[in-house]
Design a protein around this ligand. Structure first.
Ligand SMILES: Cc1ncc(C[n+]2csc(CCOP(=O)(O)OP(=O)(O)O)c2C)c(N)n1
Length: 698
């Protein structure tokens, strides 16, 4: 829109405090100015991503996020949005300086933001990975609908989820996964694409055919597309208002693409050598700040008032910057805090501000560490199903989902008939996108639910790696402002036949990834108790269901009762002896027991049951008696978890050892398909027995 008369502007000027919009755009611009011209050259800020050119659209969008349960999932160029949602100037400037307080207490780069904002629209924790912002936003949208429709919480009526991304981000898996879920499930989500024509230096026609995501999606079913110029105040506001209303009124998901110039390099270091002088000039002419001024001055704001506002915002930003520089450095002695949920000095839980059941004071039915066994022995599949069933029954905020989990009851039948009993809103199928399953779970956890996601086989968690890592680190990254306690159930390990896809264990990957509890039960009693603990935990849990144990005779035990829980970090001695300590878990417990019988040695066999945390103390106690240790695991050897246990024993229990710690594991290869090949490489009774003999006779 060109500068127009007051009358022509009447509609768009109504209902929006344009003076405030101008103040925020000027504030964001003054911040970028100060950082680019002073704070970065002086090395007070080490990472700078300019929002110059992107401010107007984001601030207009922020002005429309008026609902308490709205949430925006955003990315590194989104500071103007946060300013419009109430971020203080000082916090905005202190974070890039790595100072204490703010989004992360100096832990994360200052452009990776979040805003818990209890009583207003929230900004979900960002991540450095482009595209990872999309699926958590979908989880938030689905959780809004669940809380409103199923839990009948009217406070969620009309709330929406918004996700911001650049034109490069629309090439990511996360974008397409989110789009699929939003359009097939008709979720209240608005995709806000800021198209500045470039990723870093790669143009948008490499990111999307024809270079225009809006044009491509016009033919996409079930999503309304808005497309326009993000530098024109009237046009941008009108389109944003329409798109937000469209989603708020539950007409379906929407995508808005606004073109914007990126007036600086991608980051401070980027000199834009790939842009021509002509293009740079054209972009400068398209500066939304200039257009905003033309739009408002002199009819809405006098020239003098505009100049005064420019000066005021500059001064305010300078003062905030001084205050930010004077903030104390974060305390290095606290850096280790918040890998997991912490306990305060007075013994109370140190609960995050947003995410999980704990923030809303959820209470669970009574639990007991003593089993109350029924008569009949059941298999692991039935034990899992009954545990899910009881928790679904007693916790309306718990949802169970994954590929084929609904009508079919899961490919392993662990969720059989649960959809029939609890309905499609609580037990449901998902699209074939593991990133979608986990990212959505994370968003749901942010919105106060307990998602229990199934990954069909361990290997197929690979596409979800990014979301899994980010879920694990979010408590630490945000210094306990956000957490995403979820449960991920996944079958893995060998079965009657093996192969490289369905038999992978590789549990060590999750032990190395920060913030995850890892449970790996060897029998149904422990499976029930550990799964219940996981579903009531304030930390995310990876829950392994070993394929060969799902229906194995060895793993069958009586159902231990609806109250039964197994605390994490407590191993179980499944055999008592004094010549050797065997440390193992999962399907290797049975083989270890058989080897002990075959060799006739007197052994302590310790089933760790959880690997994070793991029961170091129980191993050391046992070593005081046996002075010899064998570790047996199915995962491959190099950097397997046995290496970690062994290293810890070297430093903490060296004085107790009369023989080297040995490991029996898979070699460093995938599980073969041919049964003979599989048996040849799998740890078996013979290999374990040989190792026992070697250690005993050392
Ligand atoms: C998964 C991933 N791959 C690569 C990068 C490196 N990277 C950071 S920003 C960026 C370009 C993103 O462009 P776009 O989504 O258009 O956003 P813009 O920076 O233009 O606002 C790239 C390649 C990253 N952070 N994450």
């Amino acid at each position: 829109m060109k500068a127009s008369s007051k009358d022509e502007n009447a509609t768009v000027l109504e209902g929006l405090d344009w003076q405030n919009v101008a103040r925020l755009v000027l504030t964001s611009r003054a911040m970028d100015d100060l950082e680019e011209n002073k704070l970065v050259p002086e090395k007070k800020v080490l990472y700078q991503f300019s929002a110059r050119g992107h401010e107007l659209g984001q601030i207009l969008l922020g002005s429309l996020l008026t609902h308490q349960h709205d949430a925006a999932s955003a990315y590194y160029r989104s500071r103007p949005l946060l300013l419009s949602l109430g971020l203080s100037n000082e916090d905005a400037l202190a974070a890039p300086m790595g100072k204490s307080g703010g989004y992360s207490n100096g832990r994360d780069i200052g452009v990776v933001c979040n805003l818990p904002n209890k009583n207003g629209a929230k900004v979900l924790p960002m991540a450095g990975d482009v595209g990872s912002q999309y699926t958590p936003s979908i989880g938030w949208a689905q959780a809004i609908e669940y809380r409103r429709k199923v839990l009948k919480e009217s406070a969620y009526n009309n709330a929406i989820s918004v996700v911001l991304g650049g034109d490069g981000s629309v090439a990511t898996n996360g974008f397409w996964s989110a789009l699929t879920i939003a359009t097939t499930q008709n979720l209240p989500v608005l995709f806000y694409i800021e198209d500045n024509s470039y990723g870093i230096s790669v143009k948008s026609d490499y990111q999307t055919p024809g270079g225009n995501i809006a044009n491509n999606l016009y033919s996409f079913k079930n999503i309304r597309i808005f497309n326009g110029d993000g530098t024109e105040p009237e046009e941008a506001y009108e389109l944003l208002r329409q798109s937000v209303d469209y989603v708020r009124d539950r007409k379906g998901p929407a995508l808005i693409r606004l073109t914007v110039p990126r007036l600086n390099g991608h980051s401070y270091q980027d000199n834009q050598s790939y842009k021509s002088e002509e293009l740079l000039k054209e972009e400068r002419a398209n500066d939304p700040l200039k257009k905003l001024k033309n739009f408002l001055v002199p009819n809405e704001i006098s020239d003098e008032d505009w100049t005064a506002m420019e000066e005021e915002t500059k001064t305010a930003v300078k003062e905030a910057s001084k205050a930010a520089l004077n903030r104390p450095e974060p305390d290095p002695s606290e850096t280790g805090k918040y890998e997991f949920a912490e306990i305060n000095e007075d013994g109370s839980p140190d609960i995050q501000q947003i995410g999980g059941l704990a923030t809303e004071g959820h209470t669970f039915p009574e639990s007991s560490e003593s089993p109350d066994p029924e008569k009949k022995r059941i298999n692991i599949v039935e034990g899992i199903r009954r545990t899910l069933q009881y928790e679904l029954k007693t916790n309306p905020k718990l949802l169970v989902f994954g590929e084929d989990v609904g009508l079919k009851g899961g490919v392993h039948a662990a969720t059989l008939d649960l959809q029939k009993e609890f309905g499609i809103e609580r037990v449901f199928d998902t699209s074939l996108s593991e990133e979608g399953i986990i990212g959505r779970a994370v968003g749901m956890a942010y919105a106060g639910l307990m998602p229990v996601a199934e990954i069909q086989f361990r290997k197929y968690a690979d596409p979800a790696t990014e979301q899994l890592h980010n879920c694990g680190t979010v408590r630490w990254r945000t210094a306990n402002r956000y957490a995403a306690p979820i449960v991920v159930r996944m079958p893995g390990g060998f079965a009657k036949v093996g192969d490289p896809w369905h038999s992978l264990c590789n549990e060590v990957e999750f032990l190395h990834s920060v913030g995850w509890q890892v449970a790996f039960p060897s029998n149904v009693e422990d499976a029930v108790g550990l799964l219940r603990t996981a579903m009531r935990s304030n930390n995310p849990t990876m829950f392994f269901e070993h394929r060969n144990l799902l229906d194995a005779k060895y793993a069958r035990r009586p159902y231990p009762g609806d109250q039964f829980v197994v605390p994490f970090g407590k191993g179980k001695k499944i055999r008592e002896g004094d010549e050797i300590t065997i440390v193992t878990w999962g399907a290797m417990t049975e083989r270890s027991e058989m080897a002990v019988e075959e060799t006739g040695v007197s052994a302590d066999i310790l089933d760790l049951r959880t690997l994070m945390p793991w029961d170091k103390q129980a191993i050391i106690e046992s070593l005081k008696k046996t002075n010899r240790c064998l570790i047996v695991h199915e995962d491959t050897q190099t950097s397997g978890f046995g290496a970690e246990i062994s290293a810890v024993l070297m430093s903490d229990a060296f004085h107790l050892l009369d023989a080297p710690v040995e490991r029996v594991t898979m070699p460093n290869i995938p599980v073969p398909y041919n049964i003979g090949l599989m048996e040849a490489v799998m740890p078996d009774v013979e290999k374990i027995s040989d190792a026992i003999e070697r250690i005993i006779h050392y």
